[in-house]
Design a protein around this ligand. Sequence first.
Ligand code: ATP
Ligand code: MG
Length: 564
Amino acid sequence: MRLSTAFIPTLKEVPAEAHIPSHQLMIRSGLIRPLGAGIYSFLPMGYRVAQKVMGIIREEQNAIGGQEFHLPALNPSEIWEQTGRVEAFGDTMFHIGNREGLVLAPTHEEIMTYHAKQHINSYKDMPQMWYQIQTKFRNEPRPRSGVLRGRQFTMKDAYSLDATEQGLDESYNKQAQAYRNIYERCGIEYFIVGASSGSMGGSASQEFMVASEHGEDTCAVDMQSGYAANIEVATSAVAPVGRVENSAAIEEFETPDARTIDDLIANYNCEEHRCAKSVVYVVSDEIVLFVLRGNDALNEDKVQRATGTDKVRPATDEEIEHTFGAKPGSLGPIGVDTKVRIIVDNLLKDANGLTTGANKTGFHIRNVDLTRDAGDLVYADIRTVEAGEPEPGGSGNALSVVNAIEIGHIFKLGTKYSEALEATFLDENGKANPIIMGSYGIGVERIMACFIEQHHDENGIVWSEALAPYKVQLMSLGAKKSEEVRDTADRLYSELLEAGVEVLFDDRDVSPGFKFKDADLMGMPYQLVVGAKGLANGEVEIKNRATGERKSVLVDTAVQLLSA
Ligand code: ATP
Ligand code: MG
């Protein structure tokens, strides 16, 4: 491609709306243009990169027996109603305004299961691995950071169909390996975390993460022991509070100015971890009391798992006073209406010597013994792990808590969708069972943006050969003045094309400085510079964009060197 006729609108200025390097550079180097909030047009250069990413994904999916589909983005909502996901996705799902009963698909579990129901009848029809690379729509509430979170984006989504749990394990492991291959070939540094299955349902799930201060996910990791988990599910080896020797009688005391745990610690001689904090949530219309250690933070994802629903929200002050007869800050698990469910964090299991609110505004009680004084309690892991806590494997290493971008997610779905949509098969004994499924997603744009986050410098993008729009940027310097420069550059251009090298030829009549700046911004792996000075010695220059290394080579060897 000749730059003089190409549409590659590069920008010197950093666009005001872009706050992270990948977003800035994708706009500045002419890969994308914004069209609306969370909506981006891919320009020719950007689409070349997207196609390279999709090519790698496609090869790795085909290598594990994947069969490529292309499903419609426009879906009958009826199918989504049957699995309860119209409600589960809520506002995130786009509904068509002028055609009743149609939605834009945010993912495709339902549609793949629908087709499986039609034609998979026997255990002999499985295993199957189905995938597509296709546009998804999600009404993300806060689309930001460019294509990392779009309202329209491209996902490779794959689905495995198996007759046995063992079959599912095999399919899942194949996908996990395919994902590792994809990220390695794309040149992405990543780590894998255990994750929550969220609205997808199912048992096991892992996320592929890129550490980044701009990430919207939080993970607890210890690279040394290999422990890594999304904060939604992370645990640690912090010791439980346990019991003190003497279980003294409960004693009420006045705490008129204590609203927080810190007030209690500072003014009432309470040990931080033995001040049990009480937090009230509404769980599907039911008031539930959660009790945790001192300053531990309640983890909403864990609350969802402990209660088996994602319909959870903090209770209002009015709801709290109505149920407990006291203001927030004076609540506790003792003397509560027996109809109120109480869920206590595992670290407080059977603990005593605790201080809690008295369920009487401005009063607390000490010497609380959960085994002696409380009614029915359920124990669960409901706290958020913090940096510095020992990782759960027992190595004693401290966890770090890092921000990360999710670039892929694999799930063992089990039978949630096949049961809901009645996709069954006959097993070896002629008995009907629901198909056992897995689901595997990768974001194409996120791979592009994460690659740029990890591979850029102050001058621009540094593409790898695998993802670069072109391998070589050929530049002619002062071609207008020198016929030799013009002819040599033209000749090298044709020879590179003939050798099958993807080359972008900067044949524009602009200054050398301008060409160099654009070439560094666009970031092709190699720059081939043809100028009068070098040609006087029969030489051209090859610059390696990643290392900055430049070397002069004989004109006649350039094509061979670059086509290796
Ligand atoms: P997130 O938690 O970041 O919203 P998700 O867990 O909802 O993502 P999945 O449903 O697991 O995402 O989708 C699979 C993959 O699709 C993700 O790992 C990610 O790479 C990509 N993806 C999801 N949502 C978006 C989006 N809004 N824009 C771009 N890529 C996305
Ligand atoms: Mg996910």
